[in-house]
Design a protein around this ligand. Structure first.
Ligand code: NI
Length: 277
């Protein structure tokens, strides 16, 4: 007990709390090849840093399969399955039914990440829309929420989500980078907003406004690892343990303690992904 008490004092000294920091990283690509050399160690570090829940989304069929494998292997990892807009050019009905089969696994908590990307335009827009809609319908059929990727396609994404009545089964706007106004529109429709590492960057004014405006009960935190590493590690490979820095920034903006922000975003994610523990 004495040792723990001492550790707490030391931790507090450096601005950390020992007991209640439990983070939920709502979006982390643990299956990514960037982790092939040290995945197990990285996951161990994650646990030592009190990241108690991670949602690993799929981006194509192999990564969706890997996400499910990781979720089967580690109790605190959950999966989403789906085909990212970058990869829908080669998508087929068979792939859609494989996604459906994967989604039967009880550790699969959402369909994602799916959406539209008009910034990189790696797949033709008509195909992006077609498979976005097909995967939304699959999510509805399975009664699962969706994890949305929207890059420079705000209007079409919102229009399709409304037309498909997707807000009834849950919508999470992942790595949100849009305007405050659009965020509030999503909140009104019942969606959740997940914020990634760029919140910690100097030029984050727009996203700071989003965090200021969105009620705490609709916010989540994510790393989007291995990408978008928060400060002070910007430029390095990202991993779930760095989600603390995004959470700290969010806590500062909202005027609450780090542990409160961690707790609130964790509860939001548990509610959204229907995880009862
Ligand atoms: Ni992602």
């Amino acid at each position: 007990m004495y040792l723990i008490a001492c550790l707490k004092v030391i931790y507090r000294r450096f601005g950390y709390e020992l007991e209640v920091n439990v983070f939920f990283d709502s979006h982390s690509h643990l299956d990514a090849s960037q982790f092939d050399d040290d995945r197990e160690l990285m996951i161990k570090r994650t646990q030592l840093n009190q990241i108690d829940f991670i949602l690993n989304p799929g981006a194509d069929l192999p990564s969706s399969q890997k996400a499910v494998e990781l979720a089967n292997r580690y109790p605190f990892i959950y999966a989403a399955v789906g085909i990212h807009p970058h990869d829908v050019e080669m998508m087929t009905e068979e792939m859609l039914s494989e996604i459906e089969t994967l989604a039967q696994n009880p550790k699969v908590k959402a369909i994602g990440e799916i959406g539209l990307d008009y910034y990189r335009d790696l797949s033709p827009r008509e195909l992006q829309k077609k498979w976005f809609i097909e995967q939304l319908r699959l999510a509805k059929k399975l009664n699962l929420p969706v994890v949305i990727h929207d890059r420079d396609a705000n209007e079409d994404v919102l229009k399709i989500l409304k037309e498909e009545r997707q807000f009834e089964t849950g919508v999470l706007m992942h790595c949100y980078s849009g305007s405050k106004e659009l965020a509030l529109q999503y909140v009104k429709l019942g969606a959740y907003i997940s914020i990634a590492g760029p919140l910690t960057y100097k030029n984050a004014r727009k996203t700071v406004e989003v965090v200021e405006a969105v009620p705490v009960d609709r916010l989540m935190i994510e790393t989007d690892a291995p990408y978008l590493t928060p400060e002070p590690y910007r430029g390095k490979r990202n991993e779930p343990m760095y989600v603390r820095h995004t959470c700290q920034r969010m806590a500062n903006i909202k005027g609450v303690y780090l542990e409160e922000m961690a707790q609130i975003t964790k509860e939001n994610a548990m509610r959204f992904f229907n995880i009862n523990e």
